[in-house]
Design a protein around this ligand. Structure first.
Ligand SMILES: *[C@@H]1O[C@H](CO)[C@@H](O)[C@H](O)[C@H]1NC(C)=O
Ligand SMILES: *[C@@H]1O[C@H](CO)[C@@H](O)[C@H](O)[C@H]1NC(C)=O
Ligand SMILES: *[C@@H]1O[C@H](CO)[C@@H](O)[C@H](O)[C@H]1NC(C)=O
Ligand SMILES: *[C@@H]1O[C@H](CO)[C@@H](O)[C@H](O)[C@H]1NC(C)=O
Ligand SMILES: *[C@@H]1O[C@H](CO)[C@@H](O)[C@H](O)[C@H]1NC(C)=O
Ligand SMILES: *[C@@H]1O[C@H](CO)[C@@H](O)[C@H](O)[C@H]1NC(C)=O
Ligand SMILES: *[C@@H]1O[C@H](CO)[C@@H](O)[C@H](O)[C@H]1NC(C)=O
Ligand SMILES: [Cu+2]
Length: 583
C-alpha cells in the first residue's frame, strides 16, 4: 500500500520518528504485545514551523508541519495507536485535532483549543496519544486554533486490521486527495481583520488539490498535481475537504466515481459523476482506468448556497494521467475538462446526499433519552456604542455573528472546558445550553429582525454516560440560509434524514432511516433545511459540536457536550497526560 501511494506521488517522504519518548515507547510495546498481537504503535514528530511556500506567483512564510504542505500522511491499521509529539516552533499558539478519530477515553488528545486543552505555546510541545478503534477509511488531522488549519493539515489513512480486507475488490493503487483553500495573504491576518471590522473575511484566492491550485491559475501550471492511473487498474481516491470555509464539488473528466466510504465508515457502493464535500468531510471513491490512455482534468470548485455572499469562484485542477498515455498526449494536448455543476446546484447536492446508506444494517437506538432541537445559523450584532464605524462593517453597520439555539459560543481564555470540569473550576462554563430554541419562529421563513441578535455564552449540554441522543439540526434563514457542515467531536453519528424547510416531527419522523443510515462525523445540513442525527453518549469528555466553516466557528457557531463518566473503568475518561499544556 505504501508503495502504491509513493508511486502515485503522495507518500510525502518518511516521517521523523521520535527518540525522545523511549521509555514510553517500551511501555507501550510491552502493553500492546500482551493484548493485541498485531496492533502497532506509530511514533511521529510534528514540528510546526514557518516554511517558504510559493503559490500564485508569490512566496509566503506559510505555517507547516515538518516543512511539508500539505503535511505528512499518517498511515495506520484499524486498532493501531498513534503517538505524535507536536513541537511548536512558530510565533502562534497551536493545537492539532485528529478529525473524526473517536478518542475513546482520551478526550485529552482531541485537540480543539480551550475545549480539551490549552494551546501548545510557542517554544513548547505536547504529545498526543490515542488509538484508532473500529474505524476504517479516511480521516485527517488539522490545526484547531484560530485559522492555522489553512496550511496545517494532512491525511490519516486507516487500513483494515491486518488479516482483514476491504469490503470491495482491493484497488491496485490508492491516492489521498486533499482539497484546500489558499489566500495570497497570511490567513491569520485575514481572520484578525474580520474580527476587527465585524465584516465578512476576505475570500480565498485559490482552491488547491494536494496543495496545488493547478493550470487555471497564474504561475501554477508547472506544479499542477499529477495523479497516476494504469490502464485496467482501479484507484481508490481518498478525498478530503480541508478547505477553511467552502463546501466543494469534486469531479474527474470521463471517470465516474463509485463511492465506497465516507468519514471512515463504509457505505453501500453507488456511482456518481460528481461529489460534494463540506469542509471536514471525507469521501472514498473508486475510479476505473478504463478510458483512452491520456490525461484528464480533476477539478474542485465551490458549492455556494448562501445568497448574495461573495465567494471564491475559481477552480482548482489536477491531472489524472495514464501511465501508458502516449508521449504526444502528455506533452501537447490539453487534458479533457470535466463538466462542473453550477455553483448553486443544490439539486445535485441533495441527490448525492440522499444516496448514502451504511454498508450493512446498523444497530441504532430506537428509543431516545435526549431529544434536542438545535437551530444553526448566522446573526447580526448591533454596533456596540464604544465601537467606531470601522469596527462595524457588517451589513448596515452591524457585526456578523453566529449561534446555535441563539447562543453565540465564546471560548474560555484561561483554561480549557475539560480542565475546568475536571478540577471543578467555577466560572468557566455553565451547563444550561438550551435543548430547544428559546423562541419558536418560522426558522426558514422571513425572520423578524428582532430575532437576529443572539446572546453570547459558554454553555454546554450535560449528557449522562450511555444516554441515547437525537439532535435535529435546523438551519435558519437569519441573514441567509446556508449549508452548514456540522461536525461533532468524539463521536460518529447516524444521519436519519434530511430535508428542506422547518423540521416537522409529525411528518418528518416517518422519513427516518432506522435500517441503514450513514455513519458520519460531519453532516452537511441542507441550506434552509434540517438534518436529524443520533448517537449514544458512550465516550466521556468535553466534545465540541460546531460548524466546520471556520468563519462561522469564529463567529460562535458552536456548543459543547459534557459527557459524564460511566460506572465502569472502561467508561471513564483517562487521567490527563502529564504534559497537558496549561494556560
Ligand atoms: C482584504 O482585501 C482587501 C481588498 O482587496 C485588501 O485591501 C486587504 O489588504 C485584504 N486583507 C488581508 C488581511 O489580506
Ligand atoms: C494573471 O495574470 C494576468 C497577466 O499578468 C493578469 O492580467 C491577471 O489578472 C492575473 N490573474 C489572476 C487571477 O491573478
Ligand atoms: C467569478 O466572479 C467574478 C466577480 O463576480 C466574475 O467577474 C467572474 O466572471 C466569475 N468567474 C467565473 C468563472 O464564474
Ligand atoms: C443559480 O444562479 C444563477 C445566476 O448565477 C441563477 O440564474 C439560477 O437561477 C440559480 N439557480 C438556482 C437553483 O438557484
Ligand atoms: C440594510 O438596510 C436596508 C435599507 O434599510 C434594508 O433594505 C436591508 O434589508 C438591510 N440589510 C440587512 C442585512 O439588514
Ligand atoms: C436571542 O436572544 C436575544 C436576547 O434575549 C433576543 O433579543 C433575540 O430575539 C433572540 N433570538 C432568537 C432567535 O431567539
Ligand atoms: C496563547 O495561549 C495563552 C493561553 O494558554 C494565552 O494566554 C495567550 O494570550 C495566547 N497567545 C496568543 C499569541 O494568542
Ligand atoms: Cu456554518
Amino acid at each position: 500500500m505504501a508503495d502504491a501511494i509513493l508511486v502515485a506521488g503522495h507518500g510525502r517522504g518518511l516521517l521523523l520518528s521520535s527518540t525522545s519518548s523511549l521509555v514510553l515507547m517500551l511501555m507501550l510495546v510491552a502493553a500492546s504485545s500482551i493484548s493485541l498481537a498485531s496492533a502497532k504503535t506509530h511514533y511521529h514528530d510534528f514540528v510546526i514551523q514557518p516554511t517558504r511556500v510559493k503559490r500564485l506567483c508569490k512566496t509566503h512564510n506559510a505555517i507547516t508541519v515538518n516543512g511539508m504542505f500539505p503535511g505528512p500522511t499518517l498511515e495506520v491499521n484499524n486498532g493501531d495507536t498513534l503517538v505524535v509529539n507536536v513541537v511548536n516552533q512558530i510565533k502562534y499558539n497551536i493545537t492539532i485535532h485528529w478529525h473524526g478519530v473517536r478518542q475513546m477515553r482520551t478526550a485529552w488528545a482531541d485537540g480543539p483549543e480551550f475545549v480539551t486543552q490549552c494551546p501548545v505555546k510557542p517554544g513548547s510541545s505536547y504529545t498526543y496519544k490515542f488509538t484508532i478503534e473500529g474505524q476504517e477509511g479516511t480521516l485527517w488531522w488539522h490545526a484547531h486554533s484560530t485559522w492555522l488549519r489553512a496550511t496545517v493539515y494532512g491525511a490519516i489513512l486507516i487500513y483494515p486490521k491486518e488479516g482483514s480486507s476491504y469490503p470491495f475488490p482491493k484497488p491496485r493503487r490508492e491516492t489521498p486527495i486533499l482539497l484546500g483553500e489558499w489566500w495570497d495573504a497570511n490567513p491569520i491576518d485575514v481572520l484578525r481583520e474580520a474580527i476587527r471590522t465585524g465584516g465578512a473575511p476576505n475570500i480565498s484566492d485559490a482552491y488547491t488539490i494536494n496543495g496545488q491550485p493547478g493550470d487555471l491559475y497564474n504561475c501554477s501550471s508547472k506544479e499542477t498535481a499529477i495523479i497516476t492511473i494504469d490502464a485496467g487498474e482501479t484507484n481508490l481516491l481518498r478525498v478530503i475537504n480541508a478547505a477553511l470555509n467552502q463546501p466543494l464539488f469534486f469531479t474527474i473528466a470521463n471517470h465516474p466515481f463509485t463511492v465506497v466510504g465516507a468519514d471512515a465508515s463504509y457505505v453501500k457502493p453507488f456511482t456518481t459523476t460528481v461529489i460534494m464535500l463540506g469542509p471536514g468531510q471525507t469521501t472514498d471513491v473508486l475510479i476505473a482506468g478504463n478510458q483512452i490512455p491520456s490525461r484528464y482534468y480533476i477539478a474542485a470548485t465551490a458549492y455556494q448556497s448562501a445568497q448574495n455572499a461573495a465567494f471564491d469562484n475559481t477552480t482548482a485542477t489536477a491531472i489524472l494521467e495514464y501511465k501508458t498515455a502516449p508521449c504526444p498526449a502528455k506533452k501537447q494536448s490539453n487534458p479533457i475538462m470535466p463538466i462542473l455543476p453550477a455553483f448553486n446546484d443544490t439539486a445535485a447536492v441533495t441527490a448525492f446526499s440522499a444516496s448514502f446508506r451504511s454498508l450493512k444494517e446498523v444497530n441504532i437506538p430506537k428509543e431516545i433519552d435526549e431529544d434536542l432541537f438545535v437551530t444553526v445559523g448566522l446573526g447580526l450584532d448591533d454596533c456596540p456604542p464604544e465601537f467606531g464605524s470601522d469596527r462595524c462593517q457588517g451589513p448596515n453597520g452591524t457585526r456578523f455573528t453566529s449561534s446555535m439555539n441563539n447562543v453565540s459560543f465564546v471560548l474560555p481564555q484561561t483554561t480549557s472546558l475539560l480542565q475546568a470540569y475536571q478540577t471543578d473550576t467555577p466560572g468557566v462554563f455553565t451547563t444550561d445550553f438550551p435543548d430547544r430554541p428559546p423562541v419558536r419562529f418560522d426558522y426558514t421563513g422571513n425572520v423578524d429582525r428582532s430575532l437576529w441578535q443572539p446572546i453570547q455564552g459558554t454553555k454546554v449540554y450535560r449528557l449522562e454516560y450511555g444516554s441515547r441522543v437525537q439532535v435535529v439540526l435546523q438551519d435558519t434563514s437569519i441573514v441567509t440560509a446556508e449549508n452548514h457542515p456540522i461536525h461533532l467531536h468524539g463521536y460518529d453519528f447516524y444521519i436519519l434524514a434530511e430535508g428542506f424547510g422547518n423540521f416537522d416531527p409529525d411528518v418528518d419522523t416517518g422519513k427516518f432511516n432506522l435500517v441503514d443510515p450513514p455513519l458520519r462525523n460531519t453532516a452537511a445540513v441542507p441550506a434552509g433545511g434540517w438534518a436529524v442525527i443520533r448517537f449514544v453518549a458512550d465516550n466521556p469528555g468535553m466534545w465540541i459540536m460546531h460548524c466546520h466553516l471556520d468563519v462561522h466557528i469564529s463567529w460562535g457557531l458552536a456548543m459543547a457536550f459534557l459527557v459524564e463518566d460511566g460506572n465502569e473503568v472502561m467508561q471513564t475518561l483517562e487521567a490527563p497526560p502529564l504534559d497537558l499544556p496549561v494556560c
